[in-house]
Ligand binder design. Sequence first.
Ligand code: PLP
Length: 481
Amino acid sequence: MNERTLDAAAFRRHAHELVDWMADYLEQIEQYPVKSQVEAREIYNQLPASAPQEAESMEAIFKDFQEVILPGITHWQSPNFFSYFPANSSYASLLGEMLTATLGAQCMIWETSPAAAELEERVMNWLREMIGLPEEFSGVIQSTASDGTLIAILTAREKASNFQVNETGLRRHPQYRVYASGQTHSSIEKAVKIAGLGRENCVYVATDENFAMDPAALQKTLQADLQAGVKPLCVVATLGTTSSTAVDPLEPIAKICQEYGVWLHVDAAYAGNALILPEYRDWIKGIEGVDSFVFNPHKWLFTNFDCTAYYVRSEEYLIRTFEILPEYLKTRNDKIVNNYRDWGIALGRRFRALKLWFVLRNFGVKGLQEKLRLHMQLGQWLKEQVAAHPDFELLAPVPLNLVCFRYRPDEALSEAQLTQLNQSIVQRLNDGGKIYLTHTKLNGIYTIRLVVGQTQVAQRHLEVAWELIVKTAKEAFHEMD
Ligand code: PLP
């Protein structure tokens, strides 16, 4: 081994230096442009074509990290990051993640690290209680909500086919269909494709004026499909759609699913976190009719990516769908412990429960509630600014902390001109580097969306952002051709 390759003493020294850098970075994060300003291929072209033959020093590697890599980073932890949904984090989470990497445990079964399996079971129970799910639900950590939804659809498929698709494939089975609102996340269609059901069997149900699923339309669609000999397999209800955080009405949807014997999966990727606030619990009225539920602590519970909480009412269906038991994985305690390799797709698993445990303990439920309530307040503050401004309009209700709006300074502007103007506003803002936000389309209208969910975001950030948006909008309008 070359002397440049780290040994224990050098690791200790560099680790201390890096932790200092990490703390400085997070404290001074507002000095960076929120959205990376690099051009496409700019980073790639600075990197050597082949891996180095000789060992390189940590100093050289870290210098390149700062000079080459960092400019190509979009700073998701910035309090001025208002895009997508956040992937927020916290100091406690980072410390947990550092330990996970240090232990380097591969937590596929109980025996490969009993503490990982038992801590996961315990924190999933804590979270279940925190968000008000009934005790029958069993939880497991998955990588992403996309994985959770795929797992739900595969489990629904196996339950409906009496676990026969796993044995003989889909050939001899009816045409299965999955239903979700037209506002649903793309991960649903992706899961339907991967589950072998065929993209055309992902059916989009009409939404109401608030962008939430219309239960009457769902019932009609199910009925028509049954009459046509199609087998409704699963309905996916969304709590907090990606475009506008619309909330599908769970209670009537659950009733319909029970009536038709259809698996009901809830995609609450972002908004599920809000259920730690009792004032949002009305959303899960009807939970008795839900079969599976997914949400992402890695979006809005200060636990760094990745950490998805997946809950299933009957764990035996899940385990029967994914179980494998080759001889080399059999162990003495298989009947009394959770072997999470059988609760999802991957065999290998990281010890993700550790960082979640750190976060839940270091914030406490009250600390988490306080943060989320602040985010709600800030979202509502922005909504009021938009509503009160004569040249801006709200384009969707604001049940949480995502505000959908556009600039419309002149009634005479055509839809095409409004799209061009609002596109230009978003581009100018993001190129400016002071804030970062994204867009969507609602009812075909180009919509600016701004989410207030950052760990360190405060009123002052939002005030500056709003001032900047108004100023930039005026400039873009004056410079319009
Ligand atoms: N579902 C909804 C409603 C989302 O908004 C998102 C992402 O933003 C996802 C699913 C996908 O989440 P993940 O990246 O964890 O797969």
